[in-house]
Design a protein around this ligand. Structure first.
Ligand SMILES: *[C@@H]1O[C@H](CO)[C@@H](O)[C@H](O)[C@H]1NC(C)=O
Ligand SMILES: *[C@@H]1O[C@H](CO)[C@@H](O)[C@H](O)[C@H]1NC(C)=O
Ligand SMILES: *[C@@H]1O[C@H](CO)[C@@H](O)[C@H](O)[C@H]1NC(C)=O
Ligand SMILES: *[C@@H]1O[C@H](CO)[C@@H](O)[C@H](O)[C@H]1NC(C)=O
Ligand SMILES: *[C@@H]1O[C@H](CO)[C@@H](O)[C@H](O)[C@H]1NC(C)=O
Ligand SMILES: *[C@@H]1O[C@H](CO)[C@@H](O)[C@H](O)[C@H]1NC(C)=O
Length: 742
């Protein structure tokens, strides 16, 4: 009686400690919960998406400070430039002071003329020669006559956007020697003749986007000596202009090729394009990039080859791009990326690697760390952030399990992991000790239970390692992430978890088969001998050891066990990463088989018992319901723990995206939960427990030992007693015996 109270006190203290360690520390004033950020030194916390959204949400504006990665400013600039605003309100129709002749219906101010959406089919005649800006967008102009523009020598900006121009005569713009901006976007141009832009020696910006250009000859660009910006987006180009096209544009800085059909870039694509600073080949059909393609681009600082179908790039593809600041490789679904590619990109500030599969070459994982200027990195997977610790803005910020700050990001996870760890360790060691101390054993059942508990105990050790590491790394996890995941302890805990879960699964399956044999064929000697059982159990342990050691033998285990911060190799986030076959076979094949065996055995047993009972008593008793429920519960908990894993694994292999929190819950809660309730299910809550707990007031000591040692300890006496008490026929004794061995 005394020691029972002690045990209960001890349990209570343990649980309390566990829960308290798992709970977060009291929050400091500016510490915000996950997914929120603090407004500088104010106590306000706002959702992350309000950070750097261009609006000041904090009263002190702290959310818009240091936002830095201002990519997309070409688009911004574009919108400024393409619609040069000419206020329509209050514009005098007559502007004879500045321009003596203005076409009918056109608006003008100073020396700007605007003839928008007037249905014009040709360039209006009688435009004053002094006009500096001519806006003819959204008309029906189909061709440009030879001389219709030639006289307008003062013209700086000509906007022919949204017309129906199919072709340009050579020298169409001859004479426009002051023209700086030419808008030919949204027309129907299919080809351009050589020398189409001859004479435009001051042209800086040329817009040819959204035409139907299929190919371009180098000589098209003859004479564009000052061109800075060439916009060829959303055409149907299959190649870059051929030949030494850059020679014609010695000042070209910016090349926009987004949304074409370019399939490959070769070493001659950018020959002599050394002036280029921005190259955008986004959303093309790029399949390969030749070895020295980018070598001529010695001054490029932004390179965007996202949304293509690039095959893995050869090492050295980006050699010599020392000025490169922004590199966007995102969403090249066929690419398996090696971080070695980025070696030597010392000025790289922003790197977008979303939607890419990473090769797991761990040895080189420190390449990104050597890029001192890297401030913004975008990954698919949070855990890669550990490769770029110096980057202030690494996204995503969490993988559902860990965040940049904590190994276990969610508070509820921390608590649950501690509680599970305590339950598992205490419950299992309690049962093992109990069975060792109380010598009533040479019972097979007890051997099973002891082994099962030993296996489950390992899971408890694993949980404690993870939970304590979480406490150690609190608030600074990402700094330790790489060393943690490469550490021996992480490999070891992953090994423990794997060993535990597989041995536990196999033991349960074997146990159910063994009992099934005994119960379904009670009068035949189907029961395996003790020696056989021992051999089987030893084999199961060996097999479990083999499974858990395999990753160490066949590949670099750092990549396998250390692939997630909880060191459990479920690989839900990169289902086809290294060693995925192994994971699939173990988690889907083995577990599913074991579950089927257990299910089958229990169905057999239940049917058998039900039959016996009907034969002996004629009708199901109240007790049969209890057995039914226990069957149901055992199969249910096994299913609840394994089936989600199996289903998730299958879904993930079929390319379904799984919510991140879900992922976390599976990995550290659902899988281990079996280990913590197994002792209860198989040892404590047997049918004797019910009777035992009723008797607990009468014969405390006895029933406590019965609870501890489970059914096997007292079952014969118990059932004998019940049957004697109730004066039942012998058939009833048989049923009771069956029940208690389950
Ligand atoms: C253009 O100007 C000439 C004389 O300068 C005039 O005869 C002619 O009618 C004008 N045409 C239009 C379309 O305004
Ligand atoms: C343009 O000029 C060329 C000769 O320079 C001539 O052959 C052609 O017919 C002219 N086109 C138009 C539409 O006037
Ligand atoms: C890429 O282009 C296709 C059409 O060619 C378009 O549907 C898609 O939205 C584009 N993707 C991106 C990211 O721009
Ligand atoms: C990279 O490209 C993708 C789409 O092509 C775009 O959504 C993303 O913003 C780009 N990343 C950076 C850092 O510019
Ligand atoms: C990085 O940029 C600076 C300034 O633009 C330049 O001086 C330096 O050479 C660059 N680094 C490399 C490796 O080219
Ligand atoms: C079980 O009961 C028998 C008498 O029915 C007794 O001799 C035996 O010691 C009891 N065993 C235990 C473990 O209580």
């Amino acid at each position: 009686m005394g020691w029972a109270r002690c045990v209960i006190c001890f349990l209570a203290v343990c649980l309390h400690t566990c829960v308290c360690t798992g709970l977060p520390e009291p929050k400091s004033r500016t510490h915000c919960e996950l997914g929120k950020f603090p407004c500088g030194n104010l106590p306000t916390c706002l959702p992350l998406q309000l950070q750097c959204d261009g609006k000041e949400d904090c009263s002190n504006g702290a959310d818009e400070v240091n936002c830095g990665d201002n990519n997309g400013w070409p688009d911004h600039l574009q919108s400024q430039v393409v619609n040069p605003s000419l206020d329509s309100a209050g514009i005098p129709r007559d502007c004879h002071l500045d321009l003596p002749v203005v076409p009918y219906l056109c608006q003008c101010i100073y020396t700007h003329i605007k003839c928008e959406k007037l249905g014009l089919v040709s360039i209006p005649a009688n435009i004053s020669q002094d006009v500096t800006r001519l806006n003819l967008q959204h008309n029906l102009i189909e061709s440009l006559q030879n001389n219709s523009l030639g006289k307008l020598t003062a013209l700086r900006s000509l906007n022919l956007r949204g017309n129906r121009i199919r072709t340009l005569p050579a020298g169409a713009f001859k004479g426009l020697t002051n023209l700086g901006q030419l808008y030919l976007s949204e027309n129907l141009l299919e080809t351009l003749p050589a020398g189409a832009f001859q004479g435009l020696q001051r042209l800086k910006w040329l817009y040819l986007q959204r035409n139907e250009l299929k190919s371009l000859h180098a000589d098209v660009f003859q004479g564009l000596n000052s061109l800075n910006w060439l916009d060829l987006r959303f055409n149907s180009l299959q190649n870059l202009p051929s030949g030494l096209w850059c020679d014609h544009m010695p000042a070209l800085l910016w090349l926009e090729m987004e949304g074409n059909d370019i399939e490959q870039l070769t070493s001659s694509s950018f020959t002599r394009c050394s002036s280029l600073t921005v190259v955008n080949v986004r959303n093309n059909s790029l399949k390969s990039i030749g070895r020295d393609t980018f070598t001529p681009l010695s001054s490029v600082w932004e390179l965007d080859i996202s949304w293509n179908s690039l095959a893995p790039l050869p090492i050295g593809t980006f050699n010599g791009l020392g000025h490169l600041k922004l590199l966007n490789l995102s969403y090249n679904s066929d690419m398996i990326l090696s971080l070695d590619l980025f070696f030597g990109l010392d000025n790289l500030t922003s790197l977008d690697l979303r939607g890419l599969e990473m090769s797991q070459d761990c040895q080189h994982s420190r390449v990104l760390l050597s890029l001192e200027n890297l401030h913004f990195v975008y990954f698919d997977d949070f855990s890669y952030c550990r490769y770029a610790l110096q980057a202030r803005g690494c996204s995503p910020k969490s993988d559902g399990i860990s965040s940049l700050e904590n190994l276990l990001a969610l508070e509820f996870l921390r608590v649950v992991v501690w509680v599970l760890a305590c339950f598992t360790v205490l419950g299992n060691s309690f049962v093992i000790l109990g069975r060792l101390l109380i010598k009533n054993e040479n019972n097979m059942h007890s051997l099973f239970i002891r082994n099962l508990c030993a296996a489950d105990l390992l899971m408890g050790v694993y949980l404690i390692i993870i939970a304590s590491r979480d406490v150690i790394y609190r608030n600074e996890f990402i700094q330790h992430a790489l060393s943690w995941q490469e550490s021996v302890l992480c490999q070891f805990s992953g090994f423990l978890a794997m060993l535990s879960s597989e041995v536990s699964v196999l033991l349960l399956a074997y146990m159910s088969m063994e009992r099934c044999l005994i119960i379904v064929f009670p009068f035949r000697t189907m029961e395996p001998s003790t020696r056989q059982n021992q051999t089987f159990i030893a084999c199961i342990w060996l097999f479990g050891l083999l499974i858990a050691t395999l990753p160490f033998l066949i590949q670099d285990s750092t990549c396998f066990y250390g692939s997630s911060s909880v060191c459990f190799p479920l690989h839900l986030r990169s289902p086809y990463g290294q060693g995925w076959v192994y994971g699939a076979v173990v988690f889907i094949g083995l577990n599913l088989c074991a579950w089927f065996i257990i299910l089958l055995c229990y169905v057999c047993m239940f049917v058998s018992i039900h039959r016996t009972r009907m034969r002996t008593t004629g009708q199901p008793t109240h007790k049969a319901d209890w057995i039914g429920w226990r069957f149901f519960f055992i199969v249910l908990t096994d299913s609840l723990c394994w089936i989600p894993t199996v289903v998730l694994k299958l879904l993930v292999l079929h390319g379904v995206n799984i919510s991140e929190t879900f992922n976390a819950v599976i990995a550290v809660v659902v899988l281990p939960i079996n280990s913590s309730i197994n002792p209860i299910l198989y040892s404590i809550s047997t049918s004797n427990f019910k009777d035992g707990s009723l008797r607990i007031f009468r014969t405390r000591r006895q029933s406590l030992s019965r609870i501890v040692t489970g059914n096997s300890a007292g079952n014969t006496n118990m059932s004998a007693r019940t049957s004697l008490d109730q004066g039942n026929p012998e058939g009833q004794v048989l049923v009771e015996e069956k029940e208690s061995t389950l």
